[in-house]
Ligand binder design. Structure first.
Ligand code: F0G
Length: 537
C-alpha cells in the first residue's frame, strides 16, 4: 500500500511532537471516511483504501463507525433544529437514558434500587464527577462526626458541672501528654476537662482536615485530568501531578488482600467525649478517610487484564468496611463489549457508582455518565457540580438510541459480542500456538482482547532493541500491520508490547480472516528477526 501522508504533517502545530512520532513510525495517516470496522485513507491515485480498524476509537465504537441508524438519527435531529443546549430546563431525553440504564442495572444485577444519573462529556470528566461526589459524601460524613464530637464536648461540660468525674484513663493520658504543666492529677475535674478538650482538639486537627485517599488496582487507568490521573497507575502520567489532587494507593490484581491492608494503613481516628454512668470518658471514632475504591472490571489501557471475582469481592468488602463507595469504571468495558452491558455483572460486582463514556455516544457524540445508587446519592451534588455541555440534547438523544440498539431483540448484540469474541479469541489462540516464541499471551473477554508479544531476542536488530527500550516496540508492530496488511491496531502507553483489539460487535468473518492473516504475517517477520521489514516505510 502506498502511504500518502499529509505534506505538512512534519510541521503540525497541533501536538507537533506526537505527530512527528507518528510520521517516524509510519502511522501518520489521514482517514477520510469511516464505516463499520473500516476506516478509509486515500491512495496515491486518489482512490479510497480500506483499513481494518481494530482500535475502534479506543473502544468507543462498540457499534462501529457511523452506524447507519445513528447517522440517520443524528441527521434528523439536526434537520429538525433540535435544541442542543437548553440548560436548566426539562430534559426528558436524558431522563429516558437514565431510565434505560436503570432497566439494565435491574436486569444484570437483580437490583430494584434506583441509580441517579449525572451526565458528563468524557470518561475522565465522569470519573472526576464520581470522585467529587464521593468527596462531597465523605466531607458531609466528616461534618456529621464533627457535630457529634462537639455535642459530646457540650454534654461532658454539662455533666462535669453536674458533678460527673473524668475517667481515670483520660486523666492519666492528660498527665502524660502535658509535660512541664501541672499534672492532670492535681486538677479539678472542670479544669482537667478543659485541658482534655484542648489537647484532643490539637491532636485531632490534622486528621479532620486530611485529604482523602483513594484505592485502586495496579495497572488501572481512570483518566488523565487533574483528579482522575491520580487514580491512573502509570507513574509517567500520574507522578508529575501528584501535588494537584488527592492521592491514590494501588493494590496488585493478584493480591486482593492488599486492598484491605491499604485501607487499614490509612485508618484514622479522632477522639470523642462520652458520658456514661456519671463518668466522662474518651472513645476513638473512625474518621471517614478512604474516598472510594475505584475499579475497572477489565483493565483496558493497562493491557487488557480481567479483574478476578476475588479482587472484585475484596474491593466491595473494603469499600463497605471503610464506609466509602466502590466506583466501577465501565468506561471501556461497558456498553456490551464483553458480552454483557456491564462487564462487572459477570464477576458479581455491583458498584455503588458506575461510570460510562466511550460507547455511550455511539461513536458520534461525546457522552458520559455517572450513576449513583440512591442510598449513597447526595442531592446537594446537583448544585455543587455542573458542566456547560453535559446532558446536551444531541448526545443524550443519541445515547438513548444507542441503548435501544444494544437492548434490542433480548440483548442479541451482547450475545453477538460474546460469540464473535470467542471466535476471534480462538483464532488468536491459534496464532499463539503456532508462534509461541513470538506471542506471549492472548487474553481478554468478548471484544476486549489483548495480544502480548515477547520482546524480540537481544540478538535481534539493534534498531528494534532501541524501540523496546524506548517503549515504542508495539508501535513498530502497529506501523508494520498498517503498512503491509492495512490493519490498524495499537498498544497502549502502559502496556507497550500488548496490542489491544477492540473491534465493533459487527466484525465479520472476512474481517477476522484479515486480522488473523495480518497477525500471522507479523509473527513470521518477528520470528525471522527481519528488522528491516518491520521498520521499513
Ligand atoms: N476510564 C477508563 C477505563 C478508560 O479506558 C478511559 C480512557 C478513561 C477512563 C478516560 O476516558 O479518555 O474519555 O477521558 N481510555 C483511553 C484508552 C484513553 O486508551 O484506553 P477519556
Amino acid at each position: 500500500m502506498t502511504a500518502v501522508e499529509p505534506a505538512d504533517a512534519q510541521d503540525s502545530l497541533s501536538e507537533p511532537f506526537l505527530v512527528r512520532h507518528l510520521v517516524a513510525l509510519g502511522l501518520a495517516v489521514e482517514y477520510v471516511r469511516a464505516e463499520g470496522n473500516i476506516l478509509y485513507r486515500r491512495g496515491a491515485d486518489g482512490a479510497e483504501l480500506p483499513v481494518l480498524d481494530l482500535v475502534g476509537g479506543f473502544g468507543a465504537t462498540v457499534l462501529g463507525h457511523n452506524h447507519p441508524e445513528l447517522t440517520r438519527y443524528a441527521a434528523e435531529l439536526l434537520d429538525a433544529r433540535t435544541p442542543v443546549l437548553a440548560q436548566f430546563s426539562l430534559h426528558p431525553w436524558a431522563d429516558d437514558v437514565a431510565r434505560k440504564l436503570n432497566a439494565v442495572l435491574h436486569r444484570e444485577f437483580g437490583t430494584d434500587e434506583p441509580y441517579s444519573v449525572i451526565f458528563a462529556n468524557s470518561g475522565a470528566e465522569a470519573v472526576e464527577a464520581a470522585v467529587k461526589h464521593a468527596e462531597l459524601d465523605r466531607v458531609m460524613r466528616v461534618e456529621a462526626l464533627r457535630r457529634e464530637v462537639e455535642d459530646g464536648v457540650r454534654e461532658a461540660r454539662t455533666a462535669v458541672r453536674g458533678g460527673a468525674a473524668l475517667d481515670p484513663a483520660a486523666r492519666a493520658a492528660l498527665t502524660a501528654g502535658s509535660a512541664g504543666v501541672a499534672g492532670g492529677d492535681g486538677l479539678q475535674d472542670a479544669e482537667a476537662l478543659e485541658r482534655l478538650v484542648r489537647e484532643v482538639a490539637e491532636a485531632d486537627a490534622p486528621h479532620w482536615d486530611a485529604p482523602p485517599v483513594f484505592l485502586a488496582a495496579e495497572g488501572a487507568f481512570h483518566g488523565k485530568l487533574v483528579g482522575s490521573v491520580q487514580l491512573t497507575h502509570n507513574a509517567a502520567f500520574r507522578a508529575p501531578f501528584r501535588a494537584l489532587a488527592a492521592p491514590c494507593r494501588f493494590a496488585p490484581l493478584d493480591r486482593p488482600g492488599r486492598l484491605a491492608e491499604l485501607a487499614r494503613e490509612e485508618r484514622r481516628t479522632v477522639s470523642a467525649l462520652t458520658v456514661a454512668d456519671g463518668v466522662v470518658g474518651v472513645t476513638a471514632r473512625e474518621l471517614p478517610r478512604v474516598g472510594a475504591v475505584v475499579l475497572e472490571p477489565v483493565q483496558g489501557e493497562g493491557g487488557i487484564r480481567e479483574v478476578g471475582p476475588e479482587f472484585a469481592a475484596q474491593a466491595a468488602r473494603t469499600a463497605e468496611e471503610a464506609g466509602c463507595p466502590v466506583v466501577v469504571d465501565e468506561i471501556q468495558s461497558g456498553m456490551g463489549r464483553t458480552g454483557a452491558f456491564f462487564a462487572s455483572s459477570l464477576v458479581g460486582l455491583r458498584g455503588d457508582y458506575f461510570v460510562l463514556a466511550k460507547g455511550l455516544g455511539g461513536g458520534l457524540a461525546k457522552a458520559a455518565a455517572l450513576l449513583v445508587r440512591q442510598s449513597r446519592y447526595r442531592p446537594e451534588f446537583e448544585m455543587a457540580h455542573s458542566s456547560t455541555f453535559a446532558k446536551d440534547g444531541f448526545s443524550t438523544r443519541l445515547a438513548g438510541r444507542v441503548l435501544d440498539l444494544l437492548e434490542a431483540d433480548g440483548g442479541a448484540l451482547y450475545r453477538l459480542a460474546r460469540d464473535t469474541g470467542e471466535r476471534l479469541t480462538a483464532r488468536l489462540e491459534g496464532v499463539r500456538n503456532d508462534f509461541k516464541d513470538v506471542v506471549k499471551d492472548v487474553r481478554g473477554r468478548g471484544l476486549m482482547l489483548g495480544v502480548e508479544f515477547h520482546d524480540p531476542a537481544a540478538a535481534g536488530p539493534p534498531a528494534l532493541q532501541e524501540h523496546v527500550r524506548a517503549g515504542t516496540f508495539g508501535y513498530v508492530l502497529s506501523g508494520y500491520l498498517l503498512r503491509e496488511h492495512a490493519v490498524r491496531v495499537f498498544p497502549t502507553a502502559s502496556a507497550t508490547s500488548t496490542l489491544r483489539i477492540e473491534p465493533s460487535v459487527h466484525l465479520s468473518e472476512a474481517e477476522m480472516d484479515q486480522a488473523e492473516s495480518a497477525l500471522r504475517g507479523l509473527c513470521r517477520v518477528l520470528r525471522d528477526g527481519d528488522g528491516d521489514r518491520l521498520l521499513a516505510g
